[in-house]
Design a protein around this ligand. Structure first.
Ligand code: C5P
Length: 232
């Protein structure tokens, strides 16, 4: 899979999501299903969107003991998703368990990404609440290295961290980056944002774009603009 735009389908139910996807008649965008939609609509929504021909990033951010994560990942591999994720904070043993669970009998598996530190976690909160004294950039790089050593394919990170991750862990290690806004668009509640063009320059492999597409007057045109700016 090459560079691509992933639409964050942050809808609260199946009908709303499918009505949104119905607008895309000519193309089948890569879509992200997060906790809200998955908990509301269940595995059936994954099967239905897959059957419509979309690639799926199932963003459930698993974090539990290695055996539990291994078994849960086995179920997700059976759903035939293309990409899924977990929290690197679960340790290398958990990430190795996840790879084991995800790998199908024929040796194939969905791409597996690690969340390093959520972009909502500040350095102050890390130090005061989690007792992590290292600078956040160092923590992100260490967690990305752990993920690589455990056999994962990449990380979800801020586009502003993607270049540093690539420099430290290797350029083939995937970076999937949310927090993308058009240069002339609203940033909403995101703080550290970048444009699709800039994300391409920095070296993101996939950008995750939600509201700039889902809330646009013409979502198909907004998606096509993202693709044009990011993929070229
Ligand atoms: O609407 P917007 O473009 O802000 O959506 C971004 C998507 O990426 C949302 O689904 C959000 O949960 C997700 N995300 C994020 N920042 C992270 C991790 C995930 O915005 N650090």
């Amino acid at each position: 899979m090459g560079r691509d735009v992933i639409i964050a389908c942050d809808f609260s139910g199946k009908q709303e999501c499918l009505e949104f996807l119905d607008k895309f008649t000519g193309v089948k965008p890569f879509v992200k299903i997060g906790m809200e939609l998955f908990y509301a609509a269940g595995p059936e929504i994954v099967r239905e969107i897959k059957a419509r021909g979309h690639k799926i990033f199932l963003d459930l951010k698993l974090h539990d003991i290695p055996n539990t994560v291994m078994k849960a990942m086995k179920v997700l591999a059976g759903l035939d998703v293309d990409m899924c994720n977990l929290h690197a904070a679960g340790t290398k043993a958990m990430m190795e368990g996840a790879i084991k669970g995800l790998t199908r009998e024929d040796g194939t598996r969905p791409l597996l990404l690690a969340v390093t530190q959520l972009t909502s976690t500040s350095e102050d909160r890390m130090r005061e609440e989690l007792l992590i004294d290292h600078p956040i950039d160092e923590v992100v790089i260490k967690y990305a290295s752990n993920a690589k050593e455990a056999g994962l394919d990449g990380v979800v990170c801020s586009p502003l961290e993607a270049g540093k991750v690539k420099a430290a862990v290797g350029k083939e290690f995937l970076t999937v980056t949310p927090g993308v806004r058009f240069a002339d668009g609203d940033i909403g509640d995101q703080v550290r944002v970048t444009t699709p063009e800039k994300a391409k320059e920095i070296g993101s492999d996939y950008i995750v774009v939600g509201r700039p597409v889902t809330a646009a007057a013409d979502p198909v045109a907004a998606y096509e603009r993202c693709v044009k700016e990011f993929v070229g």
